[in-house]
Design a protein around this ligand. Structure first.
Ligand SMILES: [Zn+2]
Length: 141
């Protein structure tokens, strides 16, 4: 980890403290361009927005996909106070960001929670392949 990267992580940790002071879960993130310029930053607002998707990583991934061209997005690094959760990791992958650098790991975070992490919801499938593929066939070609 470079000293510059540690400074960006410290900014993410400051944003996490801001989130907590505002009554939200303590997480913060920023996007940094290849020249070291901070292009966007945010903190968790899932309580005050009453929105389970208001994680800073998710908000920044949506912002990048909407506001940045793909080449610019690919040149950015997300610095975040905690390893992105599954929801955010999926959004980050879809947004085309170049890299993620985090402070706390997801396991380290779970270790700080009395009840640990979220239990996975049972899934069932695949099913109805011939019917389900009809609206998809040809879409990606
Ligand atoms: Zn998340």
């Amino acid at each position: 980890m470079t000293p510059e990267a540690e400074e960006f992580l410290r900014r993410a940790i400051d944003l996490a403290a801001t989130a907590r002071k505002s009554g939200n879960p303590p997480f913060g993130s920023l996007l940094v361009g290849p020249d070291g310029t901070v292009v966007a930053e945010d903190h968790n607002t899932s309580i005050t927005d009453n929105d389970i998707s208001a994680h800073p990583e998710f908000k920044l991934a949506k912002w990048a996909a909407r506001e940045l061209d793909p080449e610019t997005a690919a040149g950015t690094t997300m610095y975040t106070s905690c390893q992105p959760c599954g929801m955010c990791a999926g959004a980050i992958a879809r947004s085309g960001l170049g890299r993620v650098v985090y402070a706390l790991s997801g396991d380290q975070l779970d270790g700080l929670k009395p009840g640990g992490g979220f239990a996975p919801v049972p899934e069932e499938g695949p099913a109805l392949h011939d019917e389900a593929r009809v609206p998809v066939d040809g879409y990606y070609s």
